[in-house]
Design a protein around this ligand. Structure first.
Ligand code: DGL
Length: 276
């Protein structure tokens, strides 16, 4: 067993850093390894099989670095790969490892944010087409009506740091209008992609009054804290030295530049070498 075990945090690219930022703030004592599969991002339009294969490779890599627990801080990976990894891979190959996603913890609490019981979900095509959110939300809150919209332009805008420029306004307005055309009574919009929090200022500036904008970062951090309290057998394995290491499968220089915007502090990454 490695001396320094860590919690692994994974995303297709930079988006998971918005979640990692909240997790590291709320649970600063633990060691963490963040992995962004930037070489193959974005995942949003890839098939189920491709997202599964990419995610599995990254999860196994994090296990090999000494992470008994991995958080898929990516909705697309959570929607398309989590269940298969939990049900088919872990019991056979890694019975002592755990992998958690971001969809279930979000679905569990969404009922607190809607009075009219009408929720809008904005995500990648992969997340929206998987129907994971309507299914999970209705498990906990059968009375909530969910309207979904895929927003395929948002991740590329954010990954290219264009989200702060006026060019992004068009696509923010367009997708917001399209969602509200589906259901004008929505009073809670869930940003079901870990990249989207970077658009919050722009969305807030045009959001009609009475609609709550819900990001996932704090929800996932709260749920991880609870998980570790309830699973001391996992929590006890993780070193409490506050270490943070960042890895990317893409270009390190580019990662460091962009990642610091998402994470809110300087990031110096290491290279993760893909098998394929
Ligand atoms: N950040 C990821 C998510 O939460 C998706 C970005 C991508 O398309 O790779 O869904």
């Amino acid at each position: 067993m490695n001396i320094d075990q860590s919690i692994g945090v994974f995303d297709s690219g930079y988006g998971g850093l918005t979640v990692f930022k909240s997790i590291a703030k709320q649970l600063p004592q633990y060691n963490y390894i963040y992995l962004g599969d930037n070489a193959r991002a974005p995942y949003g339009d890839h098939s189920f099989e491709t997202v599964y294969q990419y995610t599995l490779e990254c999860v196994e890599w994090l296990f090999a670095q000494g992470c008994p627990l991995v958080i898929l801080a990516c909705n697309t990976a959570s929607a398309k790969a989590l269940r298969s990894i939990q049900q088919k891979v872990l019991p056979v190959k890694y019975p002592n490892h755990r992998v958690l996603g971001v969809i279930r913890p979000t679905a569990e609490v969404v009922g607190q944010y809607t009075h009219r019981r009408k929720v809008g979900v904005m995500g990648t095509r992969g997340t929206v087409n998987s129907l994971s959110y309507p299914m999970e939300i209705n498990k906990f809150f059968p009375d909530i009506k969910v309207a979904q919209l895929a927003c395929p332009m948002w991740v590329p805008l954010i990954e290219n740091n264009e989200h702060i420029h006026p060019g992004a306004d068009y696509f923010v307005q367009k997708y917001l209008d399209q969602l509200l055309e589906k259901d004008a009574d929505i009073d809670c919009i869930l940003l079901a992609c870990t990249h989207y929090p970077l658009l919050i200022p722009k969305i807030q500036s045009i959001l009609p009054a009475g609609i709550e904008l819900l990001g996932q970062a704090d929800i996932v951090a709260n749920s991880l804290e609870l998980y570790l309290q309830n699973h001391p057998e996992i929590a006890e394995q993780i070193s409490q030295k506050g270490g943070r290491r960042f890895f990317t499968s893409g270009d390190r220089g580019t990662f460091d530049q962009h990642a610091s915007i998402f994470f809110g502090e300087e990031v110096q990454s290491n290279q993760m070498h893909l098998k394929i």
